[in-house]
Design a protein around this ligand. Structure first.
Ligand SMILES: NC(=O)c1ccc[n+]([C@@H]2O[C@H](COP(=O)([O-])OP(=O)(O)OC[C@H]3O[C@@H](n4cnc5c(N)ncnc54)[C@H](O)[C@@H]3O)[C@@H](O)[C@H]2O)c1
Length: 252
């Protein structure tokens, strides 16, 4: 079950945290993985770790908001693995230098980055891989999103949520268009992840944990396992869905 041998996966923003977990698990299931990140050293480190445990991976440092660069690297990766990309995980979503502020305190020049990254980043990567997936009659697109796409929160993430809700809409329409070609597209809407621990005070973490029935933050290997399912043959009947992966939190 969930055997990915013979598949090539591109995971964006996979140089650390959630994306690194996803890339690691897809490789463990047999996929050859293109480990993308804005930072070459991060992508190299994850790619090397995958290879060290017997998997297949290459590092690909590029900015997913730059369509020309995305297309160039996708083509290069396909050459390297002698196979087109048939699994895309649009994971990168936290913009560089992100600031969490209420909308009233944001200046217009702070609106664009999270929207560009979450919407144009996903559009660019999807554009670069979609035709080959449809031509081959098989493809899997997994969009990493957040509960904030569908729940209003007073934590200063309105522009991030604008990007996430926009891309969720895109994925639902994409799924409707590409199901006939054997290409599925689904959304994993995450709750708070372990990597937040280093960025928050103990009190903030306690407040968050109080809203999560399983009593702990999200684990990137578990997110990777969900992606492995959504990337597998066995998930072919599921498309256009948004799956909350948040420890049972009702507050998102
Ligand atoms: N961490 C959480 O608690 C949480 C909660 C809900 C949803 N998410 C979602 O999970 C995904 C991963 O989040 P994370 O916490 O692991 O993020 P992270 O910031 O720890 O890591 C993301 C990686 O993406 C890379 N990146 C940023 N911009 C890029 C670009 N333009 N092109 C290529 N790579 C780029 C960064 O260099 C970084 O290494 C995001 O989509 C995020 O919105 C995270």
């Amino acid at each position: 079950m969930f055997d990915l041998h013979g598949r090539v996966a591109l995971v964006t923003g996979a140089g650390q945290s959630v994306g690194a977990g996803i890339a690691t698990v897809l490789a463990r299931q047999g996929a050859a993985v293109v480990v993308n990140d804005l930072y070459a050293d991060r992508a190299e480190q994850v790619s090397k770790a995958i290879v060290a445990e017997g998997g297949r991976a290459i590092a690909a440092a590029f900015d997913i908001t730059d369509l020309d660069s995305v297309v160039e690297h996708v083509d290069r990766a396909a050459e390297k693995f002698d196979h087109h990309i048939d699994i895309l995980v649009n994971n990168a979503g936290i913009a560089e230098g992100r600031v969490n502020l209420p909308f009233r305190q944001l200046t217009p020049d702070q609106w664009r980055a999270p929207i560009d990254l979450n919407i144009y980043g996903a559009l660019n990567c999807t554009k670069a891989v979609l035709d080959k997936m449809c031509d081959a009659g098989w493809g899997r697109i997994v969009q990493i999103s957040s509960g904030s796409a569908r729940a209003g929160q007073n934590i200063g993430v309105s522009m991030y949520a604008t990007g996430k809700s926009g891309v969720e809409g895109f994925i639902r329409h994409l799924a409707a268009e590409t199901g006939q070609f054997g290409v599925t597209a689904n959304i994993l809407a995450l709750g708070h992840q372990k990597n937040l621990e280093s960025k928050m005070t103990e009190q903030m973490i306690r407040d968050i944990l109080a809203t999560i029935p399983i009593g702990r933050l999200g684990d990137s290997i578990e997110i990777g396992a969900a992606c492995a399912y959504l990337a597998s043959d066995e998930s072919g009947g599921m498309t256009g869905q948004t799956i909350d992966f948040n420890g049972g939190s009702q507050t998102r």
